[in-house]
Design a protein around this ligand. Structure first.
Ligand SMILES: C[S@@+](CC[C@H](N)C(=O)[O-])C[C@H]1O[C@@H](n2cnc3c(N)ncnc32)[C@H](O)[C@@H]1O
Length: 258
């Protein structure tokens, strides 16, 4: 009897120690996310551009070595452009924010820095597994709530889930950076822009043409059809264009003031 019990413990010990290691590892990750969430510094002090200028990485918080597909917390943004956009967002101290296209979570994190202490921030992405959404909930600052929605932004069910998260509030800020095809960005505009209140702020990322379109060169930038949609959208709206360098390959934030 005792020998059989000993044998069973011996068999299961490796599984138990793996489970314990995984638990402790995930707890440590959660604590690191929570520390980044509690960091009071302004956006410009929290991130730095990668050497090739393609992405913004988080400073100091050691979120770069996360495993299990959490990946690195980063934003595909030009620092001067997103910082200028965040200044406009901060000026209205939004309580309801939505971004379409979370990718590596960097823009969501930056938005939490400038939203109101009690804001709800909804991040929509077709690829946002539950464990990633759970980690990103911890990026919330003060009494904020971060809600991740995994779904196609064009699906009516996704819009319904956003409305449920907002519980009747209009959006103060919308950042569109999802599907960059013409139908895709147009669909996001038509579905989500009407949810933003007058006096709010809407950002569209990648309004500047990439070299693939402007120079016939294949590069990593992917503005897609957003610049064309942006040019058409301008008429009749109060807009502003944030582009760090007119010669750059893609990027650029188009701002609309509804
Ligand atoms: C350019 S990345 C977003 C970058 C991010 N905002 C940043 O600056 O770091 C585009 C993201 O949109 C998501 N996406 C593309 N089409 C989508 C759709 N129809 N619905 C929801 N998300 C979509 C992709 O999965 C991807 O993560």
């Amino acid at each position: 009897m005792i020998a059989a019990l000993r044998e069973r413990v011996r068999e299961r010990a490796p599984n138990l120690s793996t489970a314990a290691w995984l638990y402790l590892f995930l707890r440590a990750q959660q604590r690191r996310y929570a520390r980044a969430g509690a960091d009071p510094r302004p956006p410009r002090e929290l991130v730095e551009a990668s050497p090739n200028g393609a992405v913004l990485r988080l400073r100091d918080h050691e979120l770069a070595d996360l495993r299990f597909q959490l990946g690195e917390l980063a934003a595909s943004q030009k620092l001067d452009e997103i910082a200028a956009f965040l200044d406009r967002v901060a000026a209205i101290r939004p309580r309801a924010v939505c971004e379409i296209g979370s990718a590596a979570g960097g823009t969501l994190y930056l938005l939490t820095r400038v939203a109101a202490d009690d804001a709800v921030l909804v991040s929509i992405d077709v690829d946002l597994p539950a464990h990633v959404a759970a980690a990103r909930r911890r990026l919330a600052r003060a009494d904020q709530r971060v809600v991740g929605i995994q779904g196609d932004s064009h699906a009516p069910a996704t819009v319904d889930r956003l409305r449920a998260a907002l519980a009747g509030r209009p959006l103060d800020v919308l950042f569109i950076d999802g599907d960059h095809s013409y139908a895709g960005v147009r669909g996001d505009w038509e579905r989500y822009a009407p949810l933003v209140r007058p006096g709010g702020v809407i950002g569209l990322h990648d309004v500047h043409e990439d070299y693939t379109t402007s120079r016939g060169a294949v590069t990593a930038a992917i503005s897609g059809d957003v610049p064309r949609f942006w040019r058409e959208l301008g008429a009749g709206l109060r807009t502003e264009e944030l582009v760090a360098d007119p010669e750059q390959d893609g990027y650029g934030i188009g701002v609309v003031y509804p």
